[in-house]
Design a protein around this ligand. Structure first.
Ligand SMILES: NC(=O)c1ccc[n+]([C@@H]2O[C@H](COP(=O)([O-])OP(=O)(O)OC[C@H]3O[C@@H](n4cnc5c(N)ncnc54)[C@H](OP(=O)(O)O)[C@@H]3O)[C@@H](O)[C@H]2O)c1
Length: 300
């Protein structure tokens, strides 16, 4: 059986990739930099092989890569992203890895004004130049991004974003991870890249309605103009690159750039992607009125 190394194994996507591999009977090797932090608190330690290491420490990445056949490549977004993922690609090239499954992004492109899309474009080029066989996963806007505004929705009953009424086929992180696990385990010839989306393209007004149904309260959608939204992004205390990324992502949504639905999730997992109602039901407590959430917590 192949040895699969999961990078970013404590992250939103990577931790779910680990869980999906374990559920499928695979014992992945996981690259972890913090010896005190569990990978997946719900997993038994024996389910994974831990390789302690840091993208900034080449010898630790080399050691983790030794004997590895397939790699899930992801890292935190930020100014070090290209250097971090390049270090993994270089180690994979040295050790003869047979497949890298890289978590990229729809609209990844060198020179994109959205910082993360530019970084992903650079890493994709690095992969192409490396000669290491690879599969690119290019997800649309994550539904899970909505969790950033969940406390505000819970407190006010309003969801606000600059969308100009556009639709987006947002994707559940569970489906991104399951697609990655599928690509890592598959023994078929895979395509060079897969666009990953949810099963339907929805407006944010429809998301607000779905949140209202799931939480049993009214959730109103305020469709802001880009001018109204700009100070909110700038004043949210985010690093400038993240404010630019989020603001730019809503520009892509307004331009219809996330409207198309693709079947990458079902191709890689053999089942349909989760729809919006599945996502909102899972996350309803985060959006519920505080009193409701407290009552629900007391009842469990
Ligand atoms: N949000 C969207 O709408 C969207 C859409 C398309 C694509 N994407 C892409 O999806 C990815 C986000 O994935 P995610 O949410 O899973 O990221 P995440 O939760 O931020 O996870 C980042 C992982 O990288 C690890 N890491 C960071 N620095 C490291 C280092 N120096 N050495 C070793 N490991 C290190 C972190 O470990 P620690 O736990 O130790 O910090 C963590 O496991 C990004 O590439 C993003 O561009 C996002």
């Amino acid at each position: 059986m192949s040895t699969i190394l999961v990078t970013g194994a404590t992250g939103n996507v990577g931790s779910r990739v680990v869980a999906d591999l374990v559920a499928a009977g695979v014992r992945p090797r996981v690259l972890i930099r913090d010896t005190a932090r569990p990978v997946n608190p719900w997993l038994d330690d024996d389910c994974v092989e831990v390789a302690f290491g840091d993208f900034d420490d080449v010898s630790s990445v080399d050691a983790a890569m030794s004997g590895t056949d397939r790699v899930f490549l992801t890292s935190a977004d930020g100014p070090d992203k290209v250097a971090h993922e390049s270090a993994v690609i270089a180690a994979a090239q040295r050790t003869g890895v047979e497949r890298i499954v890289k978590l990229s992004a729809m609209h990844a492109r060198i020179g994109s004004p959205l910082p993360a899309f530019d970084w992903h474009g650079r890493i994709e080029l690095e992969l192409a130049d490396s000669g290491v066989p690879h599969v690119l996963l290019r997800p649309a806007f994550f539904l899970d991004n909505l969790l950033m505004v969940a406390p505000g929705v819970a407190a006010t009953g309003h969801l606000a974003a600059p969308t100009a009424g556009a639709r987006a086929a947002m994707i559940d992180v569970r489906d991104v991870a399951a697609s990655a696990a599928g690509a890592l385990m598959s023994n078929r010839d895979l395509r060079a890249g897969y666009s990953l989306t949810g099963p339907e393209s929805v407006t944010f007004a429809e998301v607000a309605d779905a949140l209202g149904i799931a939480t049993g309260r009214s959730v109103v959608f305020d469709d802001l103009t880009p001018e109204e939204a700009a100070p909110r992004f700038a004043g949210a205390g985010l690093p400038p690159w993240l404010a630019a990324q989020l603001s730019g992502a809503f520009g892509v949504i307004r331009d219809g750039g996330f409207d198309a639905v693709y079947d990458g999730v079902s191709e890689l997992t053999g089942r349909p992607a989760h729809d919006i109602s599945s996502w909102v039901h899972m996350h309803a407590p985060a959006f519920a009125e505080p009193a409701t959430a407290t009552t629900a917590a007391r009842q469990t």
